[in-house]
Design a protein around this ligand. Sequence first.
Ligand SMILES: Nc1ncnc2c1ncn2[C@@H]1O[C@H](COP(=O)(O)OP(=O)(O)OP(=O)(O)O)[C@@H](O)[C@H]1O
Ligand SMILES: [Mg+2]
Length: 469
Amino acid sequence: MDKAFLLSLIEVLLEHVSEGIHVTDSKGCTLYYNTAAAQIDGIRPEDAIGKHVLEMFPSLDGETSTILRALKNGERVITKEQSISNMYGSPVFLESATLPLKNGTTVLGAVDITRDLTQVKQLAEKVVDLQSEVNAYRFSRQHGGEREQARYVLDDIVGQDIGVLEMKNRAMRAARTNSPVLVSGETGTGKELLVQAIHNAGPRRSGPFISQNCAALPASLMEGILFGTARGSFTGAENRPGLVELADGGTLFLDEITCLDVELQSKLLRFIQDGFVRRIGEAKVRRVNVRIIASTNVEPREAVGKNLLRPDLYYRLNVVNLQIPPLRERRRDILLLSTNFLAELNRRIGTRVKGLTAEVEKVFLAYDWPGNVRELRATLEGALNIAEGEYLEISHLPAYLAARKTEELSLGGIEGLSLSEALAKVERSIINQALAKAGGNISRTSRLLGIPRQTLQYKLKGMGMVKRT
Ligand SMILES: Nc1ncnc2c1ncn2[C@@H]1O[C@H](COP(=O)(O)OP(=O)(O)OP(=O)(O)O)[C@@H](O)[C@H]1O
Ligand SMILES: [Mg+2]
């Protein structure tokens, strides 16, 4: 590539990326300023060229300007969220990476790459405003005895598995207290359902139920959302209660707690311990009475080990700990859940399917359901949409499930084989099904098949299958 080609390539690229790019010389005077930067900062490019960073952003100084810091220290500066004012006095909220441009150790200049978060921030604040409105509306309707937000009750949790029954039992007892609760389980196992049910099973059922996903927003926004802001605490901030305050008298459900920034985890811990909230930028503290329920789809101790969950918060949250087993570990619930979902979906879709064919039952029982109950429900809904006749058949299932049937015992597949070949094939397929049912556990598989563990291992070896325990 010749130089002219390369230069024009770089220019085209810089003009068309959505990140703002701002290049300065070693003193901090602007050499290059792309269209995206102009849009994000709200500064006209012709006003920017030649200007010093502090002229463009009068609210900054030598310490808060990431460009000046990168120039001074010769090191890159990464900022997750920054709130600044541009030269026309408008607030800008952004995240940036500022990199020094160096020749050896000599700093020649800096490049600042930014992404606009203003809209994300506005949306986040809108969420809190809407949440307050919904609450006000809910409370006004409550005099008529209606509840809106937490719609599930414990009876909605379907299951005969002993683990699920015990969990429901403990949830019912926990609903009477105010202790924090930590719910864990893989995706789709019904964490949200359980949390709503706990809220509705206790005295807080007449108070608000507020749910917030901790993975949804960057940390600085989340802090304001949870704990509230006072006017002027940062550029553009309004007087706003946080979700903790809005949940006063009820339950605050923090979904995916392991995604909450660790600093905020410690702030949350303090709140759980003393029951006071302080809005950002305000000296006043307010007492609120909120039950915190948190959920995680990572096993909690594993989350602590990976530094996703602060140990101190874990111990405080874990006062009541409810673990929902994955569907593959409670296979007896698969058919029960299917029957319930069929009844409900028939009503909703207007179909009249009575049940599953024996073949479909077999496939369902052998499948591992990585998406758990949600996946089972979605599979049934999909199948009902194309079903004709009284029973759901293999042909109504998505291809990856329907294909599992072919691995199963079918006499058609052994035609033309010698007796020993046919027996080996049948044996292999029976063992495979049992292995799937037992989630790959050798001891359980041998019990299912009614043969000693060693015999099973011997057979697996003969079949060239890797031992899984
Ligand atoms: N035991 C159950 N009985 C009846 N329905 C259930 C049960 N468990 C889950 N469901 C249904 O499965 C779907 C998924 O449940 P939910 O949203 O509570 O899962 P989750 O654990 O919060 O998942 P994620 O981690 O992905 O957020 C919902 O439609 C829920 O009603
Ligand atoms: Mg959920």
